[in-house]
Design a protein around this ligand. Sequence first.
Ligand code: MLT
Length: 263
Amino acid sequence: MFLLLIHGFPHSSRFWSPLTEALASRPELAGWRYEAPDLRGFGDAPPTPPLTLEQHADDCVARLDQLGVRRAAVCGLSMGGYVALALWRRHPERVRALVLADTRASADDESQRARRLELAALARREGAAAVAETQLAGAVGRTTRERDPARVDALRALMTGASVDGIVGALDAMRARPDATPLLPGITVPTLVVVGVEDVLTPPKLSRAMAAAIPGARLAELPEAGHCSAWERPEAFADALAGFLAALPDETPPDAASSSPHA
Ligand code: MLT
């Protein structure tokens, strides 16, 4: 019973601290273990090339290997959702369930690609603080901005800690990502789609379409939350996540004939 939490852009593993604190008090999740890695170029992970979404997915699997985890519930928010979908595409046997939060399956269009190039140029010219300031406007919902400025400031500080190499690498990776929409009907693991009602970067209508395309997927729309829903409303996110994880079918024991080293 293992949950892998994959952060968004330009965040780090610390993005998940409010959520993991909220999850810790859920009796229905007793026995669950959590891991929130830093993707290459963020937090304590050096920006060692290649900084691609595929490499991030492979790094997550390497981490599961290190921890002796055979299959994990994989939760990704925004860019983390792109990595979660890459992980499903490349290593479906390692995925027990998917949680796709404030993310999209489609690739960038031309204007989004142009915007990535502008943001990368801004990062090189003015550094992570300028990128954080630009991103923050869309990254949190109206309610959080109005009622919880300390939470916005803490997110700004987290984003400002990103390295320029990590930011530029992630922008290149997101610009190059393939359309994952064709994958959705073939997702065979239980899936929860989460979105903040006030998310203006990946608005709820995208999440509704994504959930509708994934067989049996659940959808949770979190009121008074924006794009960083797990950061803005950790208790509400934890409610949705805990309900979903607690209802997962029991893990199938590893094939006795397999010589897999995973637990
Ligand atoms: C994120 O929060 O990870 C970003 O908004 C993803 C993106 O820019 O597509």
